[in-house]
Design a protein around this ligand. Sequence first.
Ligand SMILES: *Cc1c(COP(=O)(O)O)cnc(C)c1O
Length: 409
Amino acid sequence: MSPAATPVDIAALDAADPLRGVRDRFVAADDPAVAAYLDGNSLGRPPRALLQRYEDFIAKGWGTRLIRGWDEGWFERPITLGDRIGRLTLGAAPGQTAVADSTTVCLYKLVRAAVDLRPDRAAIVLDRGNFPTDRYVVEGIAAETGRTVRWIDPDPRGGVTPEDVAAAVDEDTAVVELSHVAYRSGHVADLEAITALAHEAGALVVWDLCHSVGVLPLQLDTAGVDMATGCTYKYLNGGPGSPAFLYVRNGLIEEATQPIQGWMGVRDSFEMGPGYDPAPSIRRFISGTPPVLAMLAMEATLDIIEEVGIEAIRAKSTRLTQAAIGLVDERLADLGVELGTPRDPERRGGHVTIDHPAFEALMPALWEQGVIPDFRPPSGIRLGLAPLTTSFAELEHGIDTIADLLRQQ
Ligand SMILES: *Cc1c(COP(=O)(O)O)cnc(C)c1O
């Protein structure tokens, strides 16, 4: 702890938290067996309103409307829900966002579409700190389409900077594919500056928003982002395996073709035509039948986001990560724990990573005691702080349990 630091006052932070009551709107948030849930950035808690939503959907939707439901909203649901995600969290005007597939499959569709829009350029720019699925998908596309991957090596405790991107792109770059918030360090990339740099080089940019959506405000339209995708089971509390969303900006949609040509992405699905005739809208990025049941939970979370506003969520997120860093300095630094996340709040997303060589061995005991963060190799514990559900007291309990276990080593 540095001499100038003031002790973190957890009780005061909880007392002054305008979102503290929101936690009760999630299932089992008071379950005593879970003393500190610090992985809401990996799997958000279920919203309580979902119970009624499921019951209504099963009784009044699926149960009685049966096949007619497709004409009564289900067929359009990937796009109406996409528009809502766009409006509340992405800064995206209607008609550019659809809910579909998993992030992995959406990444494949988008990067393939983007590469095909730059047929004379050989390179796809990506960083070695990117999430595994991003790296694997891009490497697969490079192999399949005869392109090369140009790797950026970012600071592991930070992330990709505009300088890194400026040095990596040139007239041969087809696509830049990056995560907005780094899954390990929590570093927030400068989305506006990097998008502009990619465009100056004539490249397209595809952003992975998995650790951004629902926790920090985005302005995709204003920034001129070409394409983006992200998952909905993290800060949108959509439930395990809930579908992803994808965004393609106006002006690019009708030029772009995606590789999984299915009957739900055509101009008229029920014409059952002889050949693939892609819809002249974001629908062309949909392939098959949408997972309607799996879209219900995120709607309940979007209701809450609409009510409290994404700015209030970001404000609490910043207070949570600030408190986490304060507690790490105060109670863990002396035990050899190092911060793996940027201290600058502007450059920090919703989670904080801390490193210690003993952390991997500590994980079973932590989970046993109901303190649930996750582990990221080689030595990181990731403290995922979900503004709608994480309390400051919960965070403090988690940090103190980690300190106790380290002392017992
Ligand atoms: C969680 C996460 C994913 C997950 O992809 P799935 O296809 O849903 O398994 C992808 N990218 C990033 C950056 C993530 O954090």
